[in-house]
Write a protein that binds this ligand. Structure first.
Ligand code: NOJ
Length: 545
C-alpha cells in the first residue's frame, strides 16, 4: 500500500463550543483553541478535526450552516481562523474542516431565496414535494432527530425535506449547479491551507427520496468521485466520511485509493451494538465477543484495499470511559486500557477532546439542563408516545450527545478554566478531580498514556501497517490481538472487566521473551502460559527474537 501522511497521524477532535472560551461569553472560540495548541502539540496529535465554526444560527450547534465562507461571531472572525491555520502550521498540525453539505441552515441565502422565490435557480437546490391528494406527506421517511422528515411550508404550499431538524433543509444533490457551488466553496477552503475535510453524513447525499432511499443511494459513489476530481483529488489532504450505513465492502468503495474517493470513513457498527434494535434510546450492555467480532472484521477486511479510522467517541456519542470502561473506581485503569486497545489497531486514531484526561458522562437531573436538539426532540417525541420520563432520562444519561459536549476541564478553578463567564451548558461537576492541569502534573496520568501511545505509533511501523491477528476470540472479558510484519511482532492484551482473571495464552506465544511497550499496571519480560490480569489491566508486549 502506498504510504500516506495520514496513515501514521493521530487526529484530535475539537468541538469548539465546549473547548476553551477566550472572551468570557460562555462559548468556546477560535482564540481559545489557539491558546491550547501547545497542549495539543504536547499530546503528539498532528491533525485537528474542527467541528463546524461557520456562520450558523446554531440550531444544531453549527451543523446548520448559513454561510460556508464566514465564521460564526461567537467563535471569532475569519482573521482568527487564518491565525489558527498559521499557528497550527508552525507546530506541524493540520486542520481538517467539517464539511456539512447534506443540508444547510434554513437561514442560508440559498434556502431563503428558494423559499421566497419559487422561480429562483436556488429552488431546486432543495427538495420540495407536493402533498398527496389527501393532503398528507409525500412518504413516511423519518427525521434522524425524531418526527417526520417532511416540513409543510405554508408560503409555498409544498413540503420540503429535512433528515435532521426542520431548520436543516436537505440539499438536492441531483442538481449539478449545486455541485459546482459546493466544489467552489471547498476549493476556497483548500486555498486557505486546510489539511482536509471530515464529510458530515456523506452517505446521505445520494438519496433517492421517492424510492424511500436515504443512505447509500446509487449516485453516492459517482458523486464522491466527481467531488474528488473537482476539489481535493490532486491535493495531499485527509478526507474522512461520516458513514453510519457503511459495511466493510462499502467502506472499500470509499477508501480504496484506486477509486479516488476518500481517505477513510467512520463506521459505526461497533457503536450501535449497545443500541437495542438500532435505537440509541434503548441502550443495552456491551457483548465483548460481538464487539471484537465486529472490530476484527473491519481490521481484516480493510487490510489491503481500504483504510480504517479508529474511534471510541466523538461529539455525538457518550464518553468512552463511561460507555465501555468504569468511570468510578477504575476510571484511570479502564481509560488507559481502552486507549491501548484502540491505538494498537490498524487505522488512523481519533481522540475526542477530554478523552485524553478520562472525562466522563454527565447525568443532569432535569431535562432543561440539556441543550442538544436531538436529545430535546426525542425526549418530546418519545414521552408523547408513551415512553416514561424516567426511561428517557436514563437513556439520555447513557447515550445523549451532551455527554460529550459539557465544557473541557482545564483546571479545578471555577468553570474548570473553560470560561470566565456563564458557560452555555453546565459543567460536569467532577472537574475538581478530572482536569488537564492535574493530569499534566501526574506522570501516571491518562494524558501521558495517550502521549506514549501516539509516540509508539510513530516509532513502530508495525502498528501502522502490520497485520492484525485476533487472539482469544471467544473470551468474554479479554480483547487481545497480535500485530505483525516482517520486522516486528506485538501482542496486545486488555481486560475489559472489573474482575481479576486468569487467562491462558495461546501456546505459540508462551515462553517468548518480550519487552513491555506500554502498560497500565504490570511489566512483563516473558509471555506466561497463564496470565493473571487485574481489573482493566492492559499491556502491549513486543516479542523479542
Ligand atoms: C452528524 C454530526 O456529527 C451531528 O452532530 C449533526 O447533528 C448531524 N450530522 C447533522 O449535521
Amino acid at each position: 500500500m502506498e504510504k500516506r501522511w495520514w496513515h501514521d497521524s493521530v487526529v484530535y477532535q475539537i468541538y469548539p463550543r465546549s473547548f476553551c472560551d477566550s472572551n468570557g461569553d460562555g462559548i468556546g472560540d477560535i482564540q481559545g483553541i489557539i491558546s491550547k495548541l501547545d497542549y495539543i502539540q504536547s499530546l503528539g496529535a498532528d491533525v485537528i478535526w474542527l467541528s463546524p465554526v461557520y456562520q450558523s444560527p446554531m440550531d444544531d450547534n453549527g451543523y446548520d450552516i448559513s454561510d460556508y465562507q464566514a465564521i460564526a461571531p461567537e467563535f471569532g472572525t475569519m482573521e482568527d481562523m487564518r491565525e489558527l491555520l498559521d499557528k497550527a502550521k508552525q507546530r506541524d498540525i493540520r486542520i481538517v474542516m467539517d464539511l456539512v453539505v447534506n443540508h444547510t441552515s434554513d437561514e442560508h441565502p440559498w434556502f431563503v431565496e428558494a423559499k421566497s422565490n419559487p422561480d429562483s435557480e436556488y429552488r431546486d437546490f432543495y427538495i420540495w414535494r407536493d402533498a398527496k391528494e389527501d393532503g398528507s406527506k409525500p412518504n413516511d421517511i423519518d427525521s434522524i432527530f425524531g418526527g417526520s422528515a417532511w416540513q409543510w411550508d405554508e408560503e409555498n404550499q409544498q413540503y420540503f425535506f429535512h433528515l435532521f431538524s426542520k431548520r436543516q433543509p436537505d440539499l438536492n444533490w441531483e442538481n449539478p449547479t449545486l455541485h459546482q457551488k459546493v466544489f467552489d466553496m471547498m476549493n476556497w477552503w483548500i486555498d486557505q491551507g486546510i489539511g482536509g475535510f471530515r464529510l458530515d453524513v456523506i452517505d446521505l447525499i445520494g438519496k433517492e427520496i421517492d424510492k424511500g432511499i436515504t443512505g447509500n443511494g446509487e449516485r453516492l459513489h459517482p458523486l464522491l468521485q466527481k467531488m474528488n476530481q473537482a476539489t481535493f483529488g490532486d491535493k495531499d489532504l485527509l478526507t474522512v466520511g461520516e458513514t453510519w450505513g457503511a459495511t466493510p465492502d462499502i467502506a472499500k468503495l470509499y477508501s480504496n485509493p484506486d477509486r479516488d474517493e476518500l481517505s477513510m470513513v467512520f463506521q459505526f457498527e461497533h457503536i450501535t451494538l449497545t443500541w437495542q434494535d438500532g435505537d440509541k434510546w434503548q441502550p443495552k450492555p456491551l457483548d465483548l465477543v460481538e464487539f471484537k467480532q465486529v472490530l476484527t472484521k473491519w481490521q481484516v477486511e480493510l487490510k489491503n484495499d481500504g483504510w480504517n479510522s479508529l474511534f471510541w467517541n466523538n461529539h455525538d456519542l457518550p464518553r468512552v470511559v463511561s460507555k465501555y470502561g468504569c468511570d468510578k473506581e477504575f476510571r484511570v485503569e479502564s481509560a488507559k486500557m481502552l486507549a491501548t486497545t484502540l491505538h494498537f489497531m490498524k487505522g488512523t486514531p481519533y481522540i475526542f477532546q477530554g478523552e485524553e484526561i478520562g472525562m466522563t458522562n454527565v447525568a443532569f437531573d432535569t431535562i432543561d439542563q440539556y441543550k442538544d436538539i436531538e436529545t430535546l426532540n426525542f425526549y418530546k417525541v418519545k414521552t408523547e408516545s408513551g415512553v416514561s420520563h424516567d426511561h428517557m432520562l436514563k437513556a439520555i444519561h447513557e447515550n445523549g450527545r451532551d455527554n460529550a459536549r459539557t465544557p473541557m476541564h482545564w483546571n479545578n478553578s471555577s468553570n474548570a478554566g473553560f470560561t470566565s463567564g456563564q458557560p452555555w451548558i453546565e459543567l460536569n461537576p467532577n472537574y475538581q478531580t478530572i482536569n488537564v492541569s492535574d493530569a499534566l502534573e501526574d506522570k501516571n496520568s491518562i494524558f501521558y498514556h495517550y502521549q506514549q501511545l501516539i509516540a509508539l505509533r510513530k516509532a513502530h511501523p508495525v502498528i501502522v501497517y502490520g497485520d492484525f491477528i485476533p487472539l482469544l476470540e471467544d473470551h468474554s472479558q479479554v480483547f487481545a490481538y497480535e500485530r505483525k510484519d516482517e520486522n516486528e511482532h506485538i501482542v496486545v492484551i486488555n481486560n475489559f472487566s472489573k474482575e481479576r482473571i486468569n487467562v491462558s495464552l495461546p501456546s505459540h506465544l508462551s515462553g517468548k521473551s518480550c519487552t513491555t511497550l506500554i502498560t497500565n499496571e504490570s511489566t512483563l519480560t516473558a509471555i506466561p502460559e497463564t496470565c493473571t490480569l487485574n481489573p482493566y489491566e492492559s499491556f502491549a508486549l513486543k516479542i523479542e527474537g
